[in-house]
Write a protein that binds this ligand. Structure first.
Ligand code: PEP
Length: 252
């Protein structure tokens, strides 16, 4: 069965209420008849308003982060998966490289967040990827295998029946440098092969997104690769025209 593509926008810490509303209005105003899913992940403070903005449209809503703690508690500044779900989110990003590097999120913490997301009924988008130094040291496969393996060991392969993986080479995020389609495909295929070893059916249906300076100019050739099932887009998701162009490229 063909995998339904997912084009996801990670807005990071950008925007304002008015600017975000206008961006969503542009996205909802243009409904390209492409058989793919469109997801936006605004900053958490805008999610409540965004739920109303996307209501009745084709756009799905996601969080950029969540607490590893399930339920409520004395965790100042945090928000739970259940709160995201309550705000209409269907997905949440976990393990983004910015969280791993700036907030020192370990593989174990990322795995705990992945499990907490699913406990709240959210689809986690697990981000993995190597730094430039790791790529130059020919450690890409080992790093990605370690990052995916930590979650596989903690959550079990069954958890990947309702999860998404995003391969995001750190050196390509926000830099304008993109992995070539062949470089990305090689890593995507290795991730799927890891899953195949444990459950071929789940591996076949798993969405593996590419992220790292995906733009309208390169989206088509990346999305044409066999194991690239969509994109996690940062910079270009802040521009409705660019994001829509990438979404259209998902039509294949
Ligand atoms: C990202 O933030 O996940 C990302 C891929 O950013 P950009 O598209 O700007 O490289």
């Amino acid at each position: 069965m063909p995998r339904k593509r997912l084009i996801a926008g990670n807005w990071k810490m950008h925007g304002s209420v008015e600017g975000s509303r206008a961006l969503v209005a542009e996205l909802t105003g243009s409904n390209p008849s492409v058989d793919a899913q469109m997801l936006i992940c605004p900053p958490a403070p805008y999610l409540a308003a965004a739920r109303d903005w996307v209501s009745g449209s084709h756009i799905l809503l996601g969080g950029q982060n969540l607490s590893e703690h399930v339920g409520t508690g004395a965790y100042t500044g945090e928000h739970s998966g259940a709160m995201l779900e309550d705000l209409g989110c269907s997905h949440v990003i976990v393990g983004h490289s910015e969280r791993r590097s700036y907030y020192h999120e370990t593989d174990a913490l990322v795995a705990a967040k992945f499990i907490a997301a699913q406990a709240a009924g959210l689809v986690p988008i697990l981000c993995v990827g190597e730094t430039l130094a790791e790529r130059e040291a020919a450690a890409t496969q080992a790093v990605v295998a370690r990052q995916v393996g930590a979650v596989l060991d903690a959550a079990g392969v069954g958890a990947f029946a309702s999860a998404v993986i995003a391969y995001e080479p750190v050196w390509a995020i926000g830099t304008g440098k993109t992995a070539t389609p062949a470089q990305a495909q090689e890593v995507h295929a290795s991730i799927r092969a890891m899953l195949v070893e444990r459950d071929a059916t789940i591996a076949a249906s798993l969405l593996i997104l590419y992220g790292g300076s995906m733009k309208p100019a390169n989206a088509g050739e990346l999305l044409a690769m066999e194991d690239i099932d969509g994109g996690l887009i940062g910079g270009a998701s802040l521009d409705a025209a660019q994001f829509l162009d990438i979404f259209r490229a998902a039509a294949g």
